[in-house]
Design a protein around this ligand. Structure first.
Ligand code: GLA
Length: 384
C-alpha cells in the first residue's frame, strides 16, 4: 500500500483526514546480544516501514485497524488494559507507557500498514511501537528526544508486552539515516552515524522464512545467564556492572571457574563487543574484507557459544559463504530463525541472490525472500 492508498482507506473507514507517521525495521550488521549487556551494536534502518495514520476522537478509546491482517480492534484508554498476546499489544503498550510518563492522550482512530515482514527478526515490533509513539505524541503536540523515546518504546515491550529486549531496535528505528549505519554504545546511548560506502558492496538480507517457537523464552534465558556471569565475576572485580566491563584477560582468568554454559555465553558477549569495535575500525579504512571476517566470526560465536542460531540460519550462512564475492555472512537479530545479513561485492550481488535462493529452496523446500538493502531514514511524519 502506498501513502495515498492509506490516506484514502483512512478517509473511507473513519471519514476523517489523518496525519501519517512511519518508522523502519532494521538489520543489525554486527553486535548481537550485546545491547542488554551494556555493549556495542551496529545496525542500520531498512527501507521498509510501518505506517500509522491517526486522527483524534472524543471518547478516550483507541480504534485500531491493521490493513495487513484486515482486522479491527478497540481498546479503552481508561481501563487498565494489559497485554492480550495480540498484535495491538505494541500499540496499547506504547499508549500505556506514554500515559505513565505523564503524557495524557486523547482517544484516536488508527490505521496501520507495514512493509516490515513480521517475525523475521527485522524488528517489526519496534517499527510499530515507534510509529505509534510518534502518532500519539502528534495528538498532543509533543515531541520527545530520540534516546528518551527509544527507552519508552523499549519499556512498552519489556513491561507491557513482556519481551525483555534491549534498546537496539527502537533506537535505530528512531535514529536511522540514509547511507549510514549507527554505532551505538548501549550504556551511555552515545551514538555515531557511520557512512556506508555503497560503491564496493551491498548488504543482502536473506529471510529463512522460519521462526522457531522457543525464541522468546530462550532470549530471556540468555539474559539471565549473562547476569549470572556478571554476579560471579563481581566476586573478583566488584566494579563490574555488566559484561561490557569485562576484558578478555579478566575473563580468561576466571573462565574455568564459571559454570560451562555461563562461560560460553560470556565469551560470546565479550568477543562480540571486540568484533564490533574492530569492524568499525575496518570501515574507517574501507577494509571490507576485515569487516566481513568479523561478521563471519560473529555468526560462529552466536552458533557455538551463544547457541541462538538454528539449522536453517546455518544453512543460509554456509550457502552464502560459498558464493563468489561474499565478504561476510551471519545471522542477524535475536536468532532461532529470521534473517541472515550478508556483505556482498557489487559485481556478484545478482548471482549471489540467485544461487543462494535456489540452493536454500532445494535444501528446505522453502522459498526464501532476499532483500538487497540500503540504509534508510529513521522514524518521521510523512508530509501529505
Ligand atoms: C532482538 C532484541 C534486541 C537485541 C537482539 C539481539 O532483536 O529486540 O534488543 O537484543 O535481539 O542482538
Amino acid at each position: 500500500m502506498n501513502i495515498l492508498d492509506i490516506l484514502q482507506a483512512f478517509q473511507e473507514r473513519y471519514d476523517r483526514t489523518p496525519r501519517i507517521f512511519q518508522a523502519p525495521g532494521r538489520v543489525n550488521l554486527i553486535g548481537e546480544h550485546t545491547d542488554y549487556n551494556d555493549g556495542f551494536v551496529f545496525p542500520m534502518a531498512l527501507e521498509r516501514y510501518t505506517r500509522v495514520a491517526i486522527a483524534p476522537q472524543k471518547e478516550r478509546r483507541l480504534d485500531i485497524y491493521s490493513a495487513n491482517l484486515d482486522e479491527a480492534t478497540t481498546l479503552s484508554l481508561n481501563a487498565n488494559e494489559t497485554a492480550r498476546g495480540h498484535w495491538s499489544d505494541y500499540v496499547a503498550g506504547m499508549a500505556h507507557v506514554l500515559e505513565h510518563a505523564g503524557y495524557v492522550l486523547p482517544g484516536a482512530m488508527l490505521y496501520i500498514h507495514s512493509d516490515v515482514p513480521v517475525g523475521s527478526g527485522l524488528s517489526s515490533s519496534a517499527a510499530l511501537e515507534v510509529s505509534s509513539a510518534l502518532a500519539f505524541l502528534s495528538l498532543i503536540d509533543q515531541t520527545i528526544p530520540g534516546p528518551e523515546l527509544a527507552r519508552l518504546a523499549q519499556k512498552a515491550e519489556n513491561q507491557f508486552v513482556g519481551m525483555n529486549c534491549g534498546i537496539m531496535d527502537q533506537f535505530i528505528s528512531i535514529h536511522g539515516q540514509a547511507e549510514h549505519a549507527l554505532f551505538l554504545d548501549c550504556r551511555s546511548l552515545d551514538y555515531q552515524l557511520v557512512p556506508l560506502d555503497s560503491s564496493g558492496a551491498r548488504i543482502v538480507v536473506c529471510n529463512t522464512m522460519v521462526k522457531h517457537e522457543l525464541g522468546a523464552s530462550a532470549y530471556n534465558q540468555r539474559r539471565d545467564q549473562c547476569e549470572t556471569g556478571v554476579r560471579l565475576m563481581q566476586q573478583h572485580w566488584p566494579t563490574i556492572r555488566a559484561l561490557r566491563d569485562v576484558s578478555m584477560t579478566q575473563f580468561l582468568l576466571v573462565e574455568g571457574s564459571l559454570p560451562p554454559v555461563v562461560a560460553q555465553r560470556c565469551r560470546h558477549v565479550i568477543t562480540e563487543n571486540e568484533r564490533v569495535l574492530d569492524a568499525i575500525a575496518a570501515l574507517s579504512t574501507t577494509d571490507l574484507q576485515r569487516f566481513g571476517r568479523n561478521m563471519n566470526d560473529s555468526h560462529d560465536s552466536l552458533r557455538d557459544d551463544y547457541q541462538v542460531s538454528c539449522e536453517e540460519l546455518d544453512w543460509m550462512v554456509e550457502m552464502a559463504r560459498s558464493q563468489p564475492g561474499c565478504l561476510g555472512a551471519r545471522m542477524t537479530g535475536g536468532g532461532f530463525g529470521g534473517c541472515s545479513v550478508n556483505l556482498v561485492e557489487l559485481p556478484h550481488v545478482d548471482s549471489f541472490c540467485r544461487s543462494v535462493a535456489q540452493q536454500y529452496a532445494e535444501r528446505t523446500g522453502l522459498a526464501p525472500h532476499l532483500y538487497v538493502s540500503v540504509p534508510s531514514r529513521g522514524a518521521h511524519e510523512i508530509n501529505l
